[in-house]
Design a protein around this ligand. Structure first.
Ligand code: FAD
Ligand code: NAD
Length: 455
């Protein structure tokens, strides 16, 4: 039995930074990882997908070069082995960076293996028992695969990372974040792509106008969608995948060369022995936490995707900041201070902060809204990137910004000017009166705000 002042399970987006802070404060700390250092974001999530998205965009822009008066002699081809090698090199930097950092931090012991509670405050990793009065769970999640796919080969976001060839026809189950990013990427690499979504529109958490515009952009690139089509399962026949869908219109069978399942994620809590520790989970397996990320068991916290309070790298990292602030800095930071923000990395990016239009309508507030198509933004026209629109929602009484969507070129960067206004708790008139640089997309935010009208 080894005793520590603190133990962290998982080296995702919260664990390593927390381990380093606790160790620096003089606590004897242990961190346990069963797989790759850096977790989902570094190895099978954000980092590799955004590296692949960059390759896909380069191919797309090369094919569009004539729009800009640039002629490439010969065909534009994509070498998937080189694409993968570039992605792997970027991932390796981060993965090795996390491993080296943790293994060379004073007061920190790294265990490689699967951690499981055997009783409250005691974990087993291989043959070793680890005990502590402070345990931080940062175990993340994994792809959830519906039943019906047994006996058929398919990719998830993790296994598709090994692909170094071009699938002839990639069929994707799930028309949301993961499905759309991979769908556009593979289409741009040169695959045929069909996306099957059981809902009646893509991205069900977004406003309908956003779903519609995203679908339009992706269809223009040749992606086929099957909406209102629940995928029931698949089988393999003569080297092809036959996907069986429940739908009222269209074929009930879709034939492809490869299958990607992007049908949601589930928390890694089923193999953690949580019941032996008395830690409560909700119906979906997410660990229940309070506003400071404490579980129902004193001295046990849950951070990152596993607590169901966020599903992004920045929310997991913010969880680290909240726990560290409360434990080490006597600073009462809390989850409810966080403003929703994220981006979907199709091209152009879909960036979102605060309330959607639908949520704003339901809020009962005196909501005002302004929209502007990217076509009416000079910088977007100059760049030849006029897909999408922006939409800003404000509270007509307090003049505070309630939410915004930017589906457009560099939207993921530009939206931070509005997000920071929200954090500063300033009225929209502050940004409306600000002078922005010309020519940028951001300079049209004050102009757009001048068009605010009641919902
Ligand atoms: C394809 C894809 C693309 C994404 N793109 C983005 C993006 O662009 N931007 C964004 O913000 N977010 C993105 N995300 C989400 C982001 O990756 C996650 O929100 C983030 O990684 C969550 O971090 P975490 O710390 O909660 O857990 P994870 O990063 O999942 O880390 C958990 C770690 O715990 C380890 N572990 C689990 N159980 C045990 C155990 N019992 N013992 C020991 N170790 C254990 C795992 O091996 C893993 O290393 C993406 C996700 C996917 C799947
Ligand atoms: N850019 C980013 O930040 C980013 C990128 C990718 C993933 N992520 C994270 O990963 C999480 C999971 O993403 P996701 O896209 O896998 O999940 P999701 O839960 O957002 O969407 C799953 C989709 O699959 C559909 N679906 C499920 N079963 C189906 C079936 N049998 N047939 C047809 N459709 C089916 C659902 O209707 C839904 O639209 C996100 O919540 C996000 O936090 C983030």
């Amino acid at each position: 039995m080894k005793e520590f002042d603190a133990i962290i399970i998982g080296t995702g987006q919260a664990g390593p930074s927390l381990a380093a802070r606790l160790a620096a404060s003089g606590m004897q700390t242990a961190i346990v990882e069963r797989d790759k250092f850096g977790g989902t974001c570094v190895n099978t999530g954000c980092t590799p997908t955004k590296a692949l998205v960059a390759s896909a965009r380069t191919a797309f822009m090369a094919r569009r070069s004539q729009d800009f008066g640039v002629y490439i002699n010969g065909q534009v081809t994509v070498d998937m082995k080189s694409v993968k090698a570039r992605k792997d090199a970027i991932v390796r930097q981060s993965n090795e960076g996390v491993e080296n950092w943790l293994k060379h931090t004073e007061n920190l012991t790294v265990y490689e293996g699967h951690a499981r509670f055997v009783e409250p405050y005691t974990l087993q990793v291989g043959e070793t028992l680890l005990k502590s009065e402070r345990i931080f769970i940062n175990v993340g999640g994994r792809a959830s695969v519906p039943s019906g796919f047994e006996g058929v080969s398919y990719f998830t976001n993790a296994s598709i990372m090994d692909v170094d060839f071009l699938p002839e026809h990639l069929v994707i189950v799930g028309g949301s974040y993961i499905g759309l990013e991979f769908g556009q990427m593979y289409r741009r690499f040169g695959s045929e792509v069909t996306i099957i979504e059981r809902g009646d529109r893509l991205l069900r958490r977004e406003d309908p106008d956003v779903s519609e515009e995203v679908q339009k952009i992706l269809e223009a690139e040749g992606i086929r969608f099957r909406l209102k089509a629940a995928c029931l399962g698949a089988k393999e026949e003569e080297g092809k995948i036959l996907v069986n869908v429940d739908c009222s219109t269209g074929d009930k069978e879709i034939k492809g060369s490869h299958l990607l399942i992007a049908a949601g994620r589930k928390p890694n809590t089923d193999d953690l022995g949580l019941s032996l520790a008395g830690v409560e989970v909700d119906q979906k397996g997410f660990i229940k936490v309070d506003d400071k990320l404490q579980t129902n068991v004193p001295g046990v916290w849950a951070l990152g995707d596993v607590n169901g309070k966020g599903a992004f790298t920045h929310t997991a990292y913010n969880d680290f900041e909240i726990v560290a602030a409360n434990i080490l800095d006597q600073d009462p930071r809390k989850v409810s201070d966080r403003i929703t923000c994220y981006a979907l990395y199709i091209d152009p990016a879909l960036a979102r902060i605060g309330l959607t239009e639908a949520e704003a309508r339901e809020s009962g507030k005196n909501v005002m809204m302004a929209t502007r198509p990217m076509q009416r933004i000079a910088r977007a026209r100059e760049k030849g990137e006029t897909n999408g629109f922006m939409k800003i929602l404000v509270d007509g009484d307090t003049k505070k910004i309630l939410g915004a969507t930017i589906l457009g070129i560099e939207g993921d960067e530009i939206i931070h000017s509005l997000l920071d206004m929200m954090y500063a708790d300033m009225p929209y008139t502050t940004i409306q009166n600000a002078v922005h640089i010309h020519p940028t997309v951001s300079e049209l935010i004050p102009t757009t705000l001048a068009d605010l009208e009641p919902l």
